[in-house]
Design a protein around this ligand. Structure first.
Ligand code: ADP
Ligand code: NI
Length: 209
């Protein structure tokens, strides 16, 4: 089986599994992450392109927020897929990268370093900031029926609102980039977050101050 067939099979595998996700975690998130990862790697030349693309395609296929499986068998479906499609040799490597890629799964992190992981983490984080990141955050917040903003919440600990999520997570991502190329893109997208928040607060206070 050639790499193109393996890639097509992975796309089909993921598209089937993603149907129950919120739309911020849809196929287009995967496509954007693939493109970001490919771009970063074209500048940095640090990761094996096939391994990077395969891992990008599969990276959210075991997401804890959407996966009903328990911790130990969450990766079994991905493992079975990789074995079925002649990727037994890279199966454990891919699964270990996927376990470590997610920001929200840092508690599960096994602490590995891997060039594919470095690029993929950057790509996944970049899709959570900038204009797309803002769109995804409000989409996710809506999916959870969270409020858009709770005045005064920010100093009170973890935000429950989507604006609160900017402080909990989104504004921190820029400084978590692994690659120079990722950081350059993150700086621009971070600026978009700041401009959005400025404008949000000024509209919120409109007519009051
Ligand atoms: P990752 O899959 O990169 O580890 P998450 O699954 O936590 O990250 O987040 C995926 C997307 O959902 C991101 O765009 C993130 O900003 C958004 N998101 C996650 N939690 C919240 C939240 N509480 N409020 C708004 N958006 C959220
Ligand atoms: Ni992702």
């Amino acid at each position: 089986m050639n790499k193109e067939e393996q890639t097509d099979a992975a796309i089909r595998f993921v598209k089937t599994g993603l149907s129950s996700y919120d739309s911020g975690h849809d196929w287009w998130h995967i496509e954007r992450v693939r493109n970001l990862a490919r771009f970063i790697n074209s500048k940095e030349n640090m990761a094996d392109p096939f391994l990077l693309d395969m891992t990008a395609i599969l990276h959210d296929a075991a997401d804890s927020k959407f996966n009903k499986h328990n911790e130990p068998d969450r990766y079994d479906n991905i493992g079975d897929f990789l074995s079925d499609y002649d990727m037994e040799d890279i199966r454990d490597e891919i699964i270990e990268i996927i376990i470590n890629v997610s920001f929200s799964s840092r508690h599960r992190s096994t602490g590995i370093t891997h060039p594919v992981l470095s690029v993929l983490q950057d790509a996944d984080k970049l899709d959570a900031i900038g204009a797309i990141g803002i769109a995804r955050a409000f989409n996710y917040g809506g999916f959870r029926n969270n409020p858009i903003y709770i005045p005064g919440e920010i100093n009170g600990g973890r935000g429950l609102s989507t604006i609160g999520h900017f402080y909990d997570k989104l504004l921190k991502l820029k400084d978590m980039m692994n690659t120079k190329t990722g950081y350059a893109i993150a700086e621009e997208r971070h600026q978009i977050l700041l401009e959005f928040l400025d404008r949000f607060y000024s509209e919120w206070k409109f007519g009051i101050e």
